[in-house]
Design a binder for this molecule. Structure first.
Ligand code: WQD
Length: 312
């Protein structure tokens, strides 16, 4: 069952997931911050576990609209936890983010890295606060089994090219922007700074194929134990902006023109996971490469130049 307010989702994507999975999905169009909505969705269905992915996630937008970000991102979690406790649903996987680590103190970031020091935006704070809320509720509800998954940088698409990332308007993130330059929907890529303390001066990130990310959720679900466990979902490999451009040019056989601009405020030089804990405790590690993600993202972009807007 899926509950979504479709503020950043699309029914066409759900239809394609049904086709790809051969399963039917019960869909509720609703606002997860509304207790009545969540109760209605849970009525008449035996919910065994919840994977909570719903939330606003644009870093820049969160700086402009902090109250909305806290209302939606914290409100949805509080409402969900409350209804879960009312209905005795005590298994939860939550989508958190590497943003909770703030300014990295180490080249590889493990789950024991401090959280909250130097978080530069309300989006990141909403993820850190959600982790705190969930951990406090878990302490008061010993039957609750929770896994917090700290995503690094999700990229790519399903290899079929049927489902993928369809940002509305100008993409905030690097990879969808690069894909649109390759498709000639954007003239050139703006590289935000080449004077970082990194091998080629551009920002380094741990890009994880979205299908590896999905498999990480399955592994978390299958290994849920009482109490709270936290895992990084990352590859452990860093890729710079210039390396990403080169890899995408190879995958798409298209030139990606770019121009060097000043740094983007709030950006960090390098954010790369230590992925060891997930490997040892839930038997999960990335299986796909960054090149696989470029190939799959290009397939998705080429087959769906207007995202899910099939009317175009
Ligand atoms: C990656 C690199 C930019 C765009 C954000 C959120 C994080 C997570 C993933 C949800 C950086 C550079 C980017 C562009 C560029 N979201 N860049 N030109 O900022 O690492 O993480 O998205 O969980 O919470 O913070 O991702 O893709 O925006 O940037 O040069 O047009 O690409 O400077 O080095 P980021 P990103």
């Amino acid at each position: 069952m899926i509950i979504d307010d479709l503020s950043n989702g699309n029914l066409e994507a759900l239809r394609r997931v049904e086709r790809l999975s051969g399963k039917s999905i019960e869909f509720f169009h609703g606002d997860l911050t509304e207790p009545e909505t969540v109760r209605k969705c849970f009525d008449g269905i035996n919910v065994e576990a919840v994977i909570h992915l719903a939330g606003l996630k644009a870093v820049g937008e969160s700086v402009d609209q902090p109250a909305r970000y806290y209302r939606v991102n914290l409100g949805s979690t509080l409402t969900l936890l409350n209804t879960m406790q009312e209905r005795g649903i005590n298994r939860l996987v939550f989508s958190s983010s590497a943003t909770v680590y703030g300014e990295p103190q180490t080249s590889l970031i493990s789950e024991s890295h401090p959280v909250g020091v130097g978080i530069a935006n309300p989006y990141g704070w909403s993820k850190a606060m959600n982790e705190q809320i969930i951990s406090d509720v878990a302490r008061s509800w010993p039957q609750l089994s929770v896994t917090l998954l700290r995503y690094f940088n999700p990229v790519g698409a399903h290899h079929s090219g049927q489902i993928g990332e369809a940002p509305s308007g100008k993409p905030n993130n690097l990879m969808p922007f690069i894909a649109q330059v390759a498709a000639r929907r954007r003239e050139f890529l703006t590289v935000f700074g080449n004077d970082y303390d990194t091998p080629d001066g551009t920002g380094v990130r741990d890009y994880i194929h979205v299908m590896d990310l999905a498999e990480g959720h399955l592994a978390a679900l299958l290994h849920l134990k009482s109490g709270v466990k936290t895992y990084n979902l990352g590859s452990g490999e860093g890729t710079s902006v210039l390396q990403a451009i080169g890899a995408f040019e190879k995958a798409s056989e298209r030139a990606i023109p770019y121009e060097i601009y000043p740094r983007r405020s709030g950006d960090l030089a390098s954010v790369v996971a230590d992925p060891l804990l997930a490997k040892t405790e839930i038997g999960w590690q990335t299986r796909r490469t960054f090149e696989d993600a470029c190939r799959d993202a290009w397939t998705w972009q080429s087959l769906n130049p207007h995202g899910y807007d099939v009317a175009k």
